[in-house]
Design a protein around this ligand. Sequence first.
Ligand SMILES: [Zn+2]
Length: 582
Amino acid sequence: MTSKTPQFDRALDEYFAKLELDEKGGQWRTCRFSGNEFYVRPEDIEFYKMMRVPLPTLEPEERRRRRFAVHNSYNLFKGISAYSGKKIVTIYPPGSPFKFYEHQVWYSDAWDPLSYAKNIDSTQPFFSQFYDLQLAVPRPALISDISNVNSDYTTGSKGLKNCYIVFDQSGGEDLYYHQCCSNDKNCIECWALDDCDTCYECKLSRNLFQCFYCEMSRNCIGSSFLWDCRNSENCFMSSGLRNKKHYFRNEYVGPEEYLRRMQEVDFGSFNEVQKLREEFRQLKLATPRKPNWNEKSENSLGDFIWSSKDVYYSLYADLCENVAYSEGLANARDVYDTFGGNQTERLYEVSNIWDENCYNVKFSSHVNGCRDVEYSDFCNECTNCFGCVGLDRKQFCIFNKQYNEEDYWRSIDQIKLTMLKRKEYGEFFPPEFLPFPYRVTIPMSYAGFQDLENAQKYGYDTSLIPIDTADEGGPDEILAETLPDNIKEVTDEILSKVIVDKNGKRFRYLRQELEFYRTHHIPLPREHPSLRMAKWMADFVIRLRFYERMCGKCGKNITTSYPPDAPEKNIWCESCYLSYIG
Ligand SMILES: [Zn+2]
């Protein structure tokens, strides 16, 4: 097949021919940002050749930071729609230079993205021109699907009904302060759950029903304070259980005694639950755990890798093959440096959240159902597009301008050749041209990338975000510490009050929330929801590092993401862990 971009291909072939590789076929490089040395593996070089891209200039962790910094997934603001002039909820903080429309309008035919068409000036740098296009084309105020019903205070969401303050959620009903989950019902304040029903303060779990304060558990019913349990029912403050019933503090007590002991625990008391939370924290630290949470995966390095093969340096990969430096993927094949997505193949440097069905997409964000697309943002079902923003079902477009096929390829060949010579081609969008200030982006929410000084040095906008002070003050305020200790003592009057937490942040309880707490004997939370939600993510590290250490039981060498000084002392090898679990 003759090349559609012959000049570019010739230049790239020359680039690869001149690469100096070590005896294994890889190369050590120096990160352009951090100055750290990083190794490009021989198999990585094969991937870059296949994808027709030059080698990366940033170490994997700095690529991860840049990719994550595209998204504000956990902060909502009030702003003015550039379409209707109405005050709406948006992910763009006050003072943002971006124009946004109500997401319902944005996803409709009410506006024409091609009307923003621009000619690219090849004598000028690419990224600043692309940023100008991003500033001109409206963006959706929220990354919300139009299928959502009565769920306006959500972003990164689809298939939701009656949800409030829910982030990164695919499918769900009656959820509050809930994030990074899918297909849940009737839950409050949970993080990273799948297919759960009636849960509170649970995280990283699947198929839980009526479970409270449970983590890393699966297929459990009617339980609380469980850590790493499976198929267990009516259990309390236990860890490492498999197929168990009526366990109380890791001891089998039988149904009658279980009930008697459970009646003695005052779950409705704030003070009591604080003590239980501390007991649970100690239990988690003491329980033996595996070097990582990978399962059924071959030749894979990372964490939370399930049913996958040849996954390297990645987090959260389910049913993946030949994936590296990526996170949050399902059903991906030949994918590198990609955040999010389902059913994808041949992706490189793509940052998406619930988008799917992409093939051969590079250096793009928010692309859904796209093929052969590069350097684009918010495009849906497009083919052969380059440098486009907000397009829906288009092909042969550059900077939102429609070309015929022949002119498209002639221009693309020239643009990519020029970009390659200028060392622009091969880079994701640079930090100075990302859509959000760093402080509201994903990296700031998790442990690992909160080093603002470095972020600023690398070009991220680390400026402070103005705080909306509109709901401050008022006669109905009460201090959180004066709330009744026990949910039994709380009357409906609380719904008319503004609660001021110990940090001075103000919030209210919703009626549905109060009903949930009453039904399930949960004390009123005393901190602003944003602080409660932030706490969930704080113990989850997204900066992947691996350490050699010895199994705490048999002394065998293991590779783990727990550093030697981690408070979790009992990191055991797979076989010791399995014999402990029994
Ligand atoms: Zn061992």
